[in-house]
Design a protein around this ligand. Sequence first.
Ligand code: ARG
Length: 562
Amino acid sequence: MNYKAIFADALHDQLKEHVEENKLIQMIEKPKYEHMGDMAFPCFDLAKIYRQSPQTIANALTSKIEVSDFFEKVEAVSGYVNVFLNKQEVSARVIKEIVANKHHYGDANIGNNGVITIDFSSPNIAKPFSMGHLRSTVIGNSLAHIVAKCGFQPIKINYLGDWGTQFGKLIVAYKLWGDEQKVKENPIKELLKLYVHFHEEAEQNDKLNDQGRHAFKKLEDGDEEALALWKWFREESLKEFSKIYELLGVSFDSNHGEAFYNDKMESVVQLLEEKKLLQDSEGAKVVQINEDVPPCLIKKKDGTTLYATRDLAAAIYRQDNYHFVKSLYVVGSEQSLHFKQLFVVLEKMGYRWHQGLTHVPFGMMLKDGKKMSTRKGKVVLLEQVLQDAINLAKQSIIEKNPTLDAKDEVARQIGTGAVIFHDLKNFRLNDIEFSLEDMLRFEGETGPYVQYTHARATSILKKGNLQESNVQTEISDEEAWGIVTNLMAFPDVVKRAFDANDPSQIAKYLLDLSKAFNKYYGNVRILDDNEQKQARLTLVYSVQIVLNEGLRVLGIEAPDAM
Ligand code: ARG
């Protein structure tokens, strides 16, 4: 039940000629104060169209909107139409809807099962999994849940960075200084060491760079020895990455990385040639974009391909295979130029589906105000970060709830939930300060706070022994309304998160709902035996369902006790 839509519909009956219903929905506001009602429609923009004062318009609209089961009172005040909902009637409807639909509450059928590919995580093999990759993993995974909830079919793609000149360099470095045993024991650390060493040496000796390029050329040409080493580096790296994915509970539909497109690039280059889009530039091949954007480099002087070439081939492959209606790239904002170029080239190639391509950029993770960097061997090992969060969570469980079962599993859920929530509660383009202590607080705007609220609700339900057969949706507590207004906003929040590719809308919503619930919990004796008990428990049940579902959509598990 969407009360905004009902209100907009009533307004639309009066304003048909001038404003579309969708626009009306967007214009409806939430009044600042409770005594001004539950929804407000401002008439200021209409004043110009009708050449009447906002108040005159508000009066006219108000006289036409009927007081109904849902609308208790409609008033015109200072150029607004204010609507007061019938709290009991609306509460009962909302709670009934949640209890009937369970975790499907808030599902939106806008996708018609259309495919949305989501390119996310995408770390580079033989290098540590960076904070940026963690951000991409967490945001992309949540977007996959959000689009699925909106009726699309997400295809989760881990576009591994497993191709490029750097692997030529790595092969050279390994052959010069590598030790098989050491790499096996500690793959990412050892390979990174070799890579860093290569760069140090190359500063004195430029020949090394030539050798690196040459080795990559051999790799692209299918040289067996080079390929075998590359494969090995790739497998070892994937093993390391999968530990992180397992902790986070993230999985993919495809691990086709850049290398997969090695044999699919020639045809793209040919196509560009046929369409007369390729130009020579000092021996290299480029596509011109426009005055504001530098040309897109497609092929180097030595004939090797580039990041952009592989992304072109990947985009075309994905359209051919998945027929996506939308294709998201969850990648840091420092790659904005790359995606701008990529999308323009695909447009110039005449692909109409270029319209569905979207770069979903995000900001940086900072430590003490500075970028957390992996360069110069100064590595932040992500697996260690997650493990630290889990250990801290375990400590606090031991302090707060020493008799809890399955402590390790719950500690993993809380530790990773804290890291994920800390990321997702901020609008993705903002930079975030990394602080384990902040993330793990049980009070304040944290994942554990929402998880704890969910566990509290679950525990009340258990104590109250609420059964499906004795739910009672008619609630008359004054205090319940603060929860109900939050509960009924959920479907709208899901849609907004989808429209803006923005999981933070859901994270912030969960904080509001948790606060409203904890306030209620502080004021109302839910478990007291009286005629309100079943209705109160049913309200708690609705909260539990929505918190659980909201956390799920963020990619966070919700333990029943913690
Ligand atoms: N591997 C790249 C990096 O770490 C990210 C890849 C993003 N996806 C893409 N289709 N380019 O910078």
